[in-house]
Design a protein around this ligand. Structure first.
Ligand code: F6R
Length: 361
């Protein structure tokens, strides 16, 4: 039942405020400015002993892991990174007993992720799951974990589950941070930020008419460039994947700083750029990248916390705590991908060549 929506993708985009609310419910601990994650099976001593975090997933879940790794580094100051599960399992990785491994998956059935988990367990590693489907294979094979509670996701492309994964990583980063050096004051600040998310998501979705107009305006592009820096880069990657999947427009994502090392050669009016421009310590650097693109007469759509003069258009999103900004900045671009695909008459819920759950190698 699509409840009045024309596609599951549209319905699921609109379910995100409720979904995030579910991810937070019952987990916030105001007394100690932290969160309780019941299924983690990691006591404070074990949490403190973690020297490194390695996050494994595929596609959108890998992108959620990239944002998660940044949050864990920022809030808990534990070195963390994400890698596609398939790459990890085929390169005979060094498995380190002091590393906490986290497998991320909506379905909990993705074969490459499951195989990575099994290989890690065989080598004695501790593996947690960050999974949506309760009781799925990855949830069963891991030592503990976090259910992201996005609810059933029917559309082949992931939207609300991505958001709930990133929120769940925020919870984990806060939890790990508060067993280490994150102060009570910073814990309170992050909790306040998390609590603001559902209302801010509603605010973004209320801007849908502007995004629909912009999608029509850019739907003639043959290819699009997505750029971001640090927190904005995985957001750009995920937005680029979403556009490719549902509209079949070619898109590339690059760190904004890498533009001048090659891809700037592609910039011309037929190759518009979507730029993620949070109002953080990198704002001036990002503005400089917009200038470089404008100087090559590239069209720019910015997703930012305030209107960007160098951009042709800006989608303004509400500001949260800077550590959590990545959670919100991709949401308008889910709608952008949806409306672009709609303008092109695509089969939005079932893009060609794709399956919801990839249970083969
Ligand atoms: C993108 C998408 C895929 C999945 C990937 C992993 O919209 O849906 O990239 O994210 O196949 O699937 P899960 O999360 O089920 O392991």
């Amino acid at each position: 039942d699509m409840g009045g929506h024309d596609t599951y993708m549209h319905k699921e985009i609109h379910e995100q405020a409720d979904a995030v609310d579910r991810a937070l419910r019952g987990r916030i601990d105001d007394r100690f400015s932290t969160v309780h994650l019941g299924g983690l099976n990691l006591d404070a001593r074990e949490a403190r002993a973690v020297r490194r975090v390695k996050i494994l997933g595929c596609g959108t879940s890998y992108h959620a892991g990239q944002i998660g790794a940044q949050m864990i580094e920022e809030l808990a100051r534990i070195p963390a990174d994400a890698e596609p599960a398939s790459e990890f399992r085929y390169r005979n990785p060094v498995v380190d007993p002091d590393t906490l491994y986290i497998a991320v998956s909506q379905s909990g059935e993705t074969y490459d992720v499951l195989a990575a988990v099994q290989e890690l367990k065989r080598k004695g590693a501790r593996v947690l799951g960050l999974v949506n489907v309760v009781g799925s294979a990855i949830a069963r094979e891991t030592d503990g974990g976090i259910y992201v509670h996005a609810g059933p996701e029917v559309c082949v492309v992931s939207t609300k589950c991505f958001t709930n994964m990133v929120v769940s990583f925020g919870l984990l980063a806060l939890h790990l941070g508060r067993t280490r050096d994150l102060s009570v004051a910073d814990g309170k600040r992050i909790l306040a930020g998390l609590r603001k998310l559902p209302a801010q998501i509603e605010e973004i979705l209320a801007n849908e008419a502007q995004i629909e107009e912009l999608a029509k305006e850019y739907a003639d592009a043959k290819s699009m460039m997505f750029i971001g820096r640090v927190r904005g880069y995985p957001v750009a990657r995920e937005a680029s994947l979403k556009l490719k999947e549902v509209s079949y427009i070619h898109a590339e994502a690059y760190p904004a700083s890498e533009l001048k090392h090659g891809p700037l050669a592609l910039i011309e009016p037929a190759m518009p750029t979507v730029a993620i421009v949070p109002d953080d310590e990198l704002l001036e650097k990002n503005r400089a990248a917009l200038e470089e693109i404008k100087a090559r007469s590239g069209r720019i759509l910015a997703v930012a916390h305030s209107v960007q003069e160098k951009a042709d258009h800006t989608i303004v999103v509400p500001k949260n705590e800077h550590e959590l900004d990545a959670i919100l900045m991709g949401i308008p671009l889910q709608l952008f991908a949806y409306y672009t695909a709609k303008a092109m008459g695509r089969d939005i819920d079932k893009p060609r060549n794709l399956a919801k759950s990839v249970t083969v190698e």
